[in-house]
Write a protein that binds this ligand. Structure first.
Ligand SMILES: Nc1ncnc2c1ncn2[C@@H]1O[C@H](COP(=O)(O)OP(=O)(O)OP(=O)(O)O)[C@@H](O)[C@H]1O
Length: 213
C-alpha cells in the first residue's frame, strides 16, 4: 500500500502589488484529490498555484507537503512536483522529439526511448516529431508541454490552464489522465476556463477567501 500524500494550505494570504487578493485560505488535499481552483479573471488563481508550487511567497500562511513546510524541504518537494504554468516551458528551437528527450534527461528518468514514441502517439504528434516546435501550431506546442505528464513520476501535479489551445478530444484524454493520476496516489490541482468533463472533480471557489476591504 503506497503512502498517502498530503498537501495542507494553512491560513494563506496573497498580495499582488498594493492589492490583497485572498486571505485565510485553508485547504487539505490528499492522494486521490482532483481539484479545480475556480474564480473570475484576476481573482488570484495563478497567484495561488504559484504559491502552492513554491514559486511565489504568500503574505501570510504556509504550505505543507507530507507534514513538512515546503520552505524547509525544497528538494523533496520539487522532486514530488510537476508544475506546468501558462508559459509552455518548451524549447522552440528543438523538435517535439528532442523536447521530450530533453525533459526525460533532466528528470533523470530511467525509461528508454520507447515511451517517448508512445507519448508522441498519445498526444497526436507522431509523424510531426521532427518538426521544430516553433513551426508547430499553438495547440501542438501545448501538446509537447503536456506530454511531460505521461513521463512524470511526480505525485503532485499543479497545472495552470492545461486545456488552453487544446481541442475537445484532447480535453477528454487529459481529463482521463488526471483521474487516473489521482487514483494512483496522486493529487491534481488545476485552473481552467472551460468545463472539465469529470465527475471526480472537486471545486474550490476562490471567492470564498476573497479579501474584503
Ligand atoms: N506582477 C504583478 N504585479 C502586480 N500585480 C499583479 C502581477 N501579476 C498579476 N497581478 C495582479 O494580481 C491579480 C491576480 O492575478 P492572477 O493572474 O493570479 O489571476 P487569475 O485569477 O489567475 O486570472 P485569470 O483568470 O485572468 O488568469 C490580478 O488583479 C493582477 O492584475
Amino acid at each position: 500500500m503506497p503512502n498517502i500524500n498530503q498537501l495542507h494550505l494553512h491560513n494563506l494570504s496573497c498580495q499582488r502589488g498594493e492589492k490583497c487578493l485572498f486571505s485565510g485560505l485553508e485547504l487539505h488535499l490528499q492522494s486521490g484529490d482532483f481539484v479545480q481552483i475556480e474564480g473570475h479573471n484576476g481573482i488570484g488563481k495563478t497567484s495561488l498555484l504559484r504559491i502552492i508550487a513554491g514559486l511565489a511567497t504568500p503574505l501570510k500562511g504556509t504550505v505543507h507537503w507530507n507534514g513538512e513546510d515546503i520552505r524547509h524541504n525544497r528538494e523533496t518537494f520539487y522532486s514530488d512536483l510537476l508544475y506546468l504554468g501558462h508559459a509552455s516551458g518548451i524549447k522552440p528551437e528543438l523538435t517535439a522529439w528532442e523536447n521530450l528527450k530533453f525533459y526525460q534527461k533532466i528528470s533523470a528518468s530511467k525509461q528508454g526511448d520507447e515511451i517517448l514514441w508512445d507519448v508522441l502517439q498519445i498526444v497526436g504528434l507522431l509523424g510531426r516529431e521532427d518538426i521544430v516546435a516553433a513551426q508547430l501550431s499553438a495547440g501542438q506546442q501545448k501538446r509537447i508541454a503536456l506530454a511531460r505528464l505521461w513521463l512524470s513520476q511526480a505525485p503532485l501535479w499543479i497545472l495552470d490552464e492545461p486545456f488552453n489551445a487544446i481541442d475537445k478530444s484532447g480535453v477528454q484524454v487529459l481529463t482521463n489522465l488526471f483521474e487516473q493520476h489521482a487514483e494512483r496516489n496522486g493529487i491534481v490541482i488545476l485552473t481552467s476556463h472551460q468545463e472539465v468533463p469529470s465527475n471526480q472533480l472537486k471545486i474550490v471557489r476562490l471567492e470564498k477567501f476573497k479579501f474584503l476591504e
